[in-house]
Design a protein around this ligand. Structure first.
Ligand SMILES: Cc1ncc(COP(=O)(O)O)c(C=O)c1O
Length: 415
């Protein structure tokens, strides 16, 4: 019986869960790996690795087009995963689940299809100062092409959105609010339910960048009433190269296709092509079948533990780590929002974050150092970069202790 099946709702047995992740038992530089770079990508449980392996060993075939058994099995696994995803985010229909390469592609898909059709000169698109470059650049490109205006919700010194400014920003030219649910750079959890509600009251649609919320928070797209929600599989223990765009069916029906090719058509003649219905209208070409199967398994894995239990565990690590790092006078935590996911971004005196990252790595502690693809956030705090520790479901307090020890060691090296 797998660890997940034996996991009880009352006790969060992190040591048991860790055994599901083969990579966590490896050493780096002769010491045990302490993996605290989960906001960049998460490690994969055996059930995901084995599901991909089984696909290639036992039923590797292209989907939808084959009458032979392998193709039917592959197609079933591919479409079953769509239903798993639909249930995971509580979409109304599996036709609203479109496979993409990741959050980035999902946002670009909406910008290039819905955006190109609906945005005109003088229109406004609202994003925030917290966004990942993936939720800035596609809208900048669209605005440039269309002569539209990009407006940015400012943040305060804790890294929280200024909602009053947001509300004042919306007007009858606002066509879309594209907003991150959780900031990858700071960990801020944005009040997206309010943001969506307000945008709708002004007639604007809302796209939620869920890259950092999907592994940590229970998401119900119907309850949120968002128009689009995107995420990447690799942030939630699934393979890289697979992600999801959720869109309300009415929008998807009205949107032109993204790419042309096989699998997205109903019929083709040289005179006229008729497109398939969503979701296939947006899935041209042979997709990442193994990745889709792995994503379905990853969501099963997370569901069996329960996102509430995962969130509570990660919150405990966040509180513990924040308290411990705050005892070190040279540590400056960047991002101190009241509502935060398991991310601690920090600077250490005037030591460059790349140097922090390098010394931590020598001690086995993997964190990210840099601007985290959120340069405007760094500019807002007048720093070039931070070191960032980000927690996943398998991290422990002992690993947070290892982080703190390595940070102290860094100070000694640079003393
Ligand atoms: C908030 C946020 N949005 C979007 C992305 C882009 O995700 P991907 O590179 O998987 O497409 C990331 C990745 O770090 C992210 O953290």
């Amino acid at each position: 019986m797998s660890t997940v099946q034996t996991q009880t709702k009352t006790a969060y047995d992190v040591e048991k869960l860790r055994k599901d992740f083969p990579i966590l038992s490896r050493q780096v530089h002769g010491v045990p790996l302490v993996y605290l770079d989960n906001a960049a990508t998460t490690q994969k449980p055996l059930s995901v690795i084995e599901a991909e392996d089984r696909y290639y060993r036992e039923y590797n075939a292209n989907i939808h087009r084959g009458v032979h058994l392998l193709s039917q099995e592959a197609t079933k696994a591919y479409e079953d995963a769509r239903v798993t995803i639909q249930k995971f985010i509580n979409a109304a229909s599996s036709s609203e689940i479109i496979y993409t390469r990741g959050a980035t592609e999902g946002i670009n898909l909406v910008a290039q299809t819905w955006g190109r059709k609906n945005i005109q000169a003088g229109d406004e698109i609202v994003i925030s100062h917290l966004e990942h470059h993936s939720n800035i650049v596609p809208w900048q490109m669209l605005c440039e092409e269309k002569g539209a205006k990009l407006r940015v919700i400012p943040i305060n010194d804790r890294g929280e959105l200024l909602l009053d400014k947001y509300k004042n920003m919306l007007n009858d030219k606002t066509k879309l609010v594209a907003i991150g649910h959780v900031s990858n750079a700071l960990g801020t959890i944005n009040p997206i339910a309010d943001i969506i509600h307000y945008a709708h009251s002004k007639g604007a649609l809302v796209l939620v960048d869920g890259a950092q919320s999907i592994p940590h928070l229970k998401v119900d797209v119907q309850k949120l009433d968002c128009d689009f929600y995107v995420f990447s599989g690799h942030k939630i223990y699934a393979p890289t190269g697979i992600g999801v765009l959720y869109g309300k069916l009415a929008h998807l029906n009205a949107m032109p296709p993204y790419q042309g090719g096989g699998d997205m058509i109903a019929s083709v003649t040289f005179e006229k092509t008729l497109y398939a219905k969503p979701p296939h209208k947006f899935e041209a070409g042979t997709p990442h079948i193994a990745g889709v199967i792995g994503l379905g398994k990853a969501l099963d894995y997370v569901s069996a533990i329960g996102l509430d239990a995962i969130a509570a565990h990660e919150h405990e690590l966040l509180v513990y780590g924040t308290e411990a790092l705050s005892q070190i006078p040279q540590v400056r935590i960047i991002g101190t929002a009241a509502m935060k996911a398991g991310v601690i971004s920090f600077t250490l005196g005037d030591i460059h974050p790349h140097d922090i990252g390098t010394i931590l790595d020598k001690m086995g502690v993997a964190v990210r150092a840099g601007h985290h693809c959120a340069q405007p956030v760094m500019d807002r705090f007048d720093i070039p970069a931070t070191a960032r520790a980000s927690f996943g479901l398998y991290n422990t307090k002992a690993e947070v202790d290892a982080l703190v020890k390595a940070v102290k060691k860094t100070l000694e090296v640079f003393a």
